[in-house]
Write a protein that binds this ligand. Structure first.
Ligand code: NCD
Length: 337
C-alpha cells in the first residue's frame, strides 16, 4: 500500500488495489460528517489553497467543502488572470510561494502534467484536480466509489462488471483515470463507444489489455449498451482547435429515455462526471431520464465530498484521529438530523 501522509496525489497510477480500498474505506467513514450529523474538526487550523486555473464547479467547491467539513480553512484562487502566472512566473516558483501559505493544495490547470510540475516546487502535498486532457484522479476515485455503492444494490462488486464509457474518450481526463483504476480489478468488460477520431488513447487501452480485461472499441451504440454501468461524457470543446471542430461531434451519442429503453438493460446505472452539455445540439444526457432511479449523476457528484475528505485526511495523516475529534452538532440541520 502506498504511503499517503505527505504524498502528492497526481495520477491514479500511484495506486494499487489496496490503496484504493483504503481511500474508499476512509471515505465511507466521512458520511456522518458530510451529512452534518456529527462534526469532526480534525483539521482545525489547517489551510487548503484551492488553485483553479480552469473552469470548475463541482471539483473546486467539493474540495473546499470537504476541507471545511474537517474544520480547515480554505483559500481560493480562481483563474490564471488573477495570478502572477500571467507575469511569466514559473509553476515551480508559484508553488514554492503558495505552499508557504498552506498545508495542502488542490489544483486544476489546462496543461497536461502541469500539476506534477507545480508539485515539484511545493513543500506541501498537492492534489491534482485535473491537468488538461491528462488525468483527474479524484474524479476517478469518486466514480469508483459510486460504482461500488450503486452495484451494492444488485449484490455485485467491481470485479466482473460490464462497463460502457461513451463520448469524447480522447480528451476526457475522467475516463482516462477511471479506466486506469479499473485495470486494477478483475475480469472487467469495458466497451468504449466514441467517434473514431475521439477514441481512447492507446496507452490507456494497453493498460486494460495488459491487465487481462476485455476491451471492445466501437462507434455504434447498437448492441453495445447492455451494461451494468453506462458512463456518458461531454465533448471536451475546450480541448479542440476550434469550436467548429467540436461541433462536428456533438449530439452523436445522445442518451435519452428512448435510447435507454431500447438499448440498455433494465437496471443499467447511468453516470456522468458532469457538467452535462444540455444545449440542444449536444444534449448528451437528456433530462427525460431525471426520474429514472438508475440515474446516479447527482449521487455521484455528492460522493465527491466524501472521497476528497478522505484524501485530505490521508494526505495530512489524520485518518485515524476522526473519532477522537468527533462531536455532536450544535445546530439543527434539516438535512442531517
Ligand atoms: C470533468 C472535468 O473537468 O474533467 N468535470 C468534473 O470535474 N466533474 C468533466 C467535464 O468537464 O466534462
Amino acid at each position: 500500500m502506498m504511503k499517503f501522509q505527505g504524498s502528492h496525489i497526481l495520477s491514479v497510477s500511484q495506486f494499487d488495489r489496496e490503496s484504493v480500498a483504503r481511500i474508499l474505506d476512509v471515505a465511507k467513514r466521512m458520511i456522518p460528517y458530510a451529512s452534518r450529523q456529527k462534526r469532526c474538526n480534525v483539521l482545525e487550523g489547517a489551510i487548503l489553497n484551492n488553485l483553479f486555473f480552469e473552469p470548475s464547479t463541482r471539483t473546486r467547491v467539493s474540495f473546499g467543502t470537504a476541507f471545511q467539513l474537517l474544520g480547515g480553512f480554505v483559500h481560493e484562487t480562481v483563474g490564471q488572470e488573477s495570478s502572477s502566472l500571467t507575469k511569466g512566473e514559473s509553476l515551480f516558483d508559484t508553488a514554492r510561494v503558495i505552499s508557504g501559505y498552506a498545508d495542502i493544495v488542490a489544483m486544476r490547470h489546462p496543461a497536461m502534467h502541469s500539476v506534477a510540475e507545480f508539485a515539484e516546487g511545493s513543500t506541501v502535498p498537492v492534489i491534482n484536480g485535473g491537468d488538461g486532457a491528462n488525468e483527474h484522479p479524484t474524479q476517478a476515485l469518486l466514480d469508483l466509489f459510486t460504482i461500488e455503492a450503486e452495484m451494492n444494490r444488485f449484490n455485485k462488486n467491481i470485479d466482473d462488471l460490464n462497463i460502457v464509457l461513451m463520448g469524447d474518450l480522447k480528451h476526457g481526463r475522467t475516463v482516462h483515470s477511471l479506466s486506469k483504476l479499473l485495470s486494477l480489478y478483475n475480469n472487467i468488460h469495458l466497451t468504449l463507444v466514441s467517434p473514431k477520431e475521439l477514441q481512447m488513447p492507446d496507452h490507456v487501452v494497453s493498460a486494460l489489455d495488459n491487465a487481462g480485461h476485455k476491451v471492445t472499441i466501437t462507434d455504434s451504440m447498437v448492441g453495445n449498451l447492455q451494461s451494468d454501468v453506462l458512463y456518458q461524457t461531454r465533448i471536451q470543446e475546450e480541448r479542440f482547435a476550434s469550436k467548429g471542430e467540436a461541433d462536428m461531434y456533438r449530439g452523436h451519442f445522445s442518451l435519452n429515455k428512448s435510447v435507454y429503453e431500447q438499448h440498455c438493460k433494465d437496471n443499467t446505472v447511468i453516470m456522468h462526471p458532469l457538467p452535462r452539455d444540455s444545449r440542444p445540439e449536444a444534449n448528451e444526457l437528456d433530462v427525460d431520464l431525471n426520474d429514472n432511479n438508475n440515474l446516479a449523476i447527482f449521487r455521484q457528484a455528492q460522493n465527491g465530498v466524501l472521497v476528497r475528505m478522505a484524501l485530505f485526511a490521508l494526505a495530512l495523516g489524520v485518518e485515524d484521529k476522526l473519532s477522537q475529534y468527533e462531536r455532536e452538532v450544535t445546530w439543527f440541520s434539516s438535512k442531517g438530523n
